[in-house]
Design a protein around this ligand. Structure first.
Ligand code: SAH
Length: 355
């Protein structure tokens, strides 16, 4: 069976030609799948019955099935647990901001990066997600947000409730699933589908250096974020095994290269852990590692059941921020959403914890 949900428009054209169909059918089907959010071939009423039946026999639509939705009492953030066609489970998060709806998706089932403070990698990696499974998380959530069925693409209701921002910051390392990530980006931004602007997409990586450089050559306008979490190689190695493979200075250098090559400002993520990476010395070393004007997101570390890391107090985090600012680094403290439902950074998993 063909995974029709993972084909970008060009691939879909080729596929339909192989089936002996006219290539213009591809755009129709693509729109049904990724704009009208169809879950079944029988909904595609402008295709001939014969073609619908052929597709039903030859291909399948990837529809992540929501098996649980938790809603935060603090901020309304929703965490979805999805079952995929092979029964694997992934989590995604929906957040409401002033600028609109934003979705955080997973890129893999589990993760093999093994960061010390993160729950997502604790069961290891099962597999990378297909492009259709990455996109499917957003589409399933979009169906849920449109409570009265899918409105017409240009209607007021559509514009009011469309998901406009996506971050690839859930479970998994996106650059460890590189080829599928690139197809996903193409499909996400296609005007015949969800049509989300590249500028509204952020991809976060733990720092797979050669892939960052490759990505820089692709002429994309997406925002790239590096999970840094320590100011020196020595400290970073203790928290992030990936540092054993790629030195911190090479990771930061690759980010600088990405910024110069694409003209897009990169960001750095830094989970503040009390007594581990939040001292005055850390702030000073961090400012030496980065450049003036660099942008860093400080995230007071979120609790993970199996770990003892704790976050600094709000006052200490603000103090750390001020120190960085004094050195010419733009630092913001990120408002963590959905903590009470384990929906915040580093709290997503591929299995369901007992509640
Ligand atoms: N693998 C990618 C994508 C995961 S993004 C990456 O490493 O960037 C998730 C972000 O949350 C990363 O910056 C990650 O380092 C951070 N994170 C993980 N565990 C966390 C925790 N317990 N508290 C706060 N942030 C955490």
């Amino acid at each position: 069976m063909e995974d029709i949900s993972s084909k970008d428009l060009n691939e879909l054209k080729k596929y339909l030609e192989d089936l002996g169909e006219k290539p213009f059918r591809a755009k129709q089907i693509y729109k049904w799948l990724h704009q009208s959010l169809a879950t079944d071939f029988s909904q595609m009423t402008d295709l001939s019955k014969a073609l619908r039946e052929k597709l039903l026999k030859e291909a399948y639509i990837t529809v992540p099935e929501p098996v649980d939705i938790q809603i935060s009492k603090e901020d309304g953030t929703r965490k979805y647990l999805f079952r995929l066609p092979d029964d694997s489970l992934v989590e995604s998060v929906l957040m409401k901001y002033r600028f609109g709806w934003s979705v955080c998706i997973s890129s893999q089932v589990g993760c093999r990066m093994g960061c010390a403070f993160c729950a997502s990698g604790m069961d290891g990696l099962l597999r990378g997600l297909t492009p259709g499974e990455m996109l499917g998380q957003i589409e399933a959530i979009q169906r849920d947000v449109f409570t009265d069925g899918i409105p017409k693409p240009d209607s007021e209701e559509y514009l009011r409730n469309r998901i406009s921002h996506v971050v690839v910051m859930g479970t998994g390392e996106p650059l460890d699933n590189y080829d599928n990530l690139l197809i996903f980006i193409r499909m996400l931004t296609d005007e015949n589908g969800l049509h989300i602007s590249q500028r509204n997409l952020t991809v976060s990586t733990c720092g797979i250096v050669p892939r960052i450089k490759e990505l820089a050559e692709k002429n994309l306008e997406i925002t790239l974020a590096l999970s840094l979490h320590a100011p020196t190689q020595e400290k970073r190695r203790k928290l992030m095994p990936v540092a054993n493979k790629y030195d911190i200075s090479d990771a930061v250098g690759a980010m600088k290269y990405y910024q110069e090559k694409t003209g897009r400002r990169v960001t750095f993520e830094y989970s503040l852990i009390k007594g581990v990476n939040d001292t005055d010395e850390d702030a000073r070393e961090l400012s030496e590692l980065l450049w003036r004007g660099a942008h860093i997101n400080l995230i007071p570390v979120n609790p993970v059941k199996e770990r003892t890391f704790t976050a600094p107090t709000r006052a200490a985090a603000m103090d750390f921020q001020r120190k960085l600012e004094k050195f010419g680094i733009n630092a913001t403290i990120r408002r963590e959403m959905g903590q009470d439902i384990d929906g915040a950074c580093g709290q997503l998993r591929r299995r369901h914890l007992e509640r």
